[in-house]
Design a binder for this molecule. Structure first.
Ligand SMILES: Cc1cc2nc3c(=O)[nH]c(=O)nc-3n(C[C@H](O)[C@H](O)[C@H](O)COP(=O)(O)O)c2cc1C
Length: 376
């Protein structure tokens, strides 16, 4: 594909157009826990080339995962903040979001790290604050594993520290988890029009997560959901945001399988499920009971996931981005009507399917968006 076509697609977007992010495959094993062939690689050279391909094919963001220990397929892992910085340095426009855990980072140290990454990249650094599910990552490091809702209280303070240190001088915070006294970070983040500080994404699905995201995050990431499941979260998080006079934007996870016919695409999903690595999927199911399921109302990520859902860590099949380019593009715009601002996408064969997205799906999405805007 020509670079010109790619950059037109990237920069030609209207401010209200859907945005796209991809999961950086910085842990081994791919995005599905299955023995189906996955043409991907967790190493740097592959990821550097992938990031460049992604920014030439309409992707505005990349999301690096955080995992410190092997778990259910992720036998090898590259650390998220350093890997994100490497990708920022290898690209020109891509914004790279590093996933981070409160409890394992001091927010002041992270705030400083991200400002440096922001300066090295011309204002393209971002974070995804995640509250964790893999208990051993904390306890084996000798850190306490807080009760579910306490983790989110800590996350709320963590975000307040990040935002405070990124926007204020002589910042003070006397919290239950963090204490910051008279602190000014110099330099401040890069001055990017319309962006007061590096963007703060947030991943979590439980009742506590929704309240925390609504009150504190810039972006809420939803696990894979059907239309109604997404709408329910959108309404709840938006209500929390409105109650505090804020605006939150929404990203939705989806595992994309685009083939020439719907039948072929469905056959790929069938093969993923047929070749699922059962012991790993079952082990994952046990581990994630630490998430929303552990709360009083039992709501949250993975709380009602089926075996098939869990083969993709983030319920990505539920979004049903599976079919022909036309079907998938139409479905994406339907989600947009329900409040999705950004799709977070995963693939079996990242490099080739990201190129396919840019050439076959994205132009259709833009056409449908333009048509919708015309008739509105
Ligand atoms: C889009 C997205 C990305 C996530 N990325 C990570 C990650 O990289 N590492 C991690 O440990 N957890 C990650 N999580 C999981 C969260 O840490 C958390 O355990 C999960 O969202 C459960 O939330 P709940 O208890 O609020 O339902 C992610 C969640 C979402 C929605």
């Amino acid at each position: 594909m020509s670079t010109d076509a790619g950059s037109t697609r990237t920069t030609g977007a209207e401010p209200t157009d859907l945005k796209f992010a991809y999961w950086v495959p910085n842990v081994s094993g791919g995005l599905v826990v299955s023995d189906i062939e996955q043409r991907t690689d967790w190493g740097y050279a592959y990821n550097r080339d992938l990031a460049r391909t992604a920014e030439a094919n309409g992707f505005e963001y990349a999301l690096s995962q955080v995992r410190y220990a092997a778990s259910y397929g992720a036998a090898q892992q590259h650390e998220s903040t350093s890997f994100s910085l490497a990708l920022l340095l290898a690209t020109e426009r891509l914004k790279v979001i590093a996933a981070v855990h409160p409890g394992l980072w001091h927010p002041g140290v992270l705030a400083k790290f991200i400002i440096t990454a922001d300066h090295l990249s011309g204002g393209r650094a971002a974070v995804n604050v995640v509250s964790g599910w893999l208990k051993q990552e904390f306890t084996n490091f000798g850190e306490p594993w807080l009760d579910h809702d306490e983790r989110y209280r800590r996350t709320a303070e963590f975000i307040q520290v990040l935002r405070g240190l990124w926007t204020e001088q002589d910042f003070e915070l006397l919290g239950d988890f963090y204490r910051i006294h008279d602190f000014t970070l110099q330099p401040p983040p890069v001055d990017v029009p319309g962006r007061p500080h590096p963007e703060i994404f947030f991943g979590g699905n439980s009742t506590a997560a929704r309240a925390t995201a609504g009150r504190h995050a810039d972006w809420y990431f939803s696990n894979g959901k059907d239309y109604d499941g997404f709408t329910e979260q959108h309404q709840e998080v938006s209500a929390h945001a409105a109650a505090t006079g804020r605006d939150v934007r929404f990203g939705l996870n989806g595992f994309m399988i685009v083939r020439d016919s719907e039948k072929e695409a469905r056959e790929v999903l069938r093969e993923i499920v047929a070749k699922a690595h059962k012991p790993a999927v079952e082990g994952f199911r046990d581990a994630v009971t630490q998430a929303g399921k552990a709360t009083r109302d039992g709501k949250g990520m993975w709380a009602d996931s089926t075996f098939e859902d869990l083969i993709q860590y983030n319920d990505g099949f539920r979004t049903q981005l599976i079919g022909t380019p036309e079907q998938v593009a139409e479905r994406m715009v339907e989600y947009k009507k329900r409040g999705v601002d950004l799709f977070l996408l995963g693939y079996l064969h990242f490099q080739e399917e990201i190129e396919q997205f840019g050439s076959a799906v994205l132009p259709l999405v833009r056409e449908i968006e333009a048509e919708e805007a015309r008739v509105a």
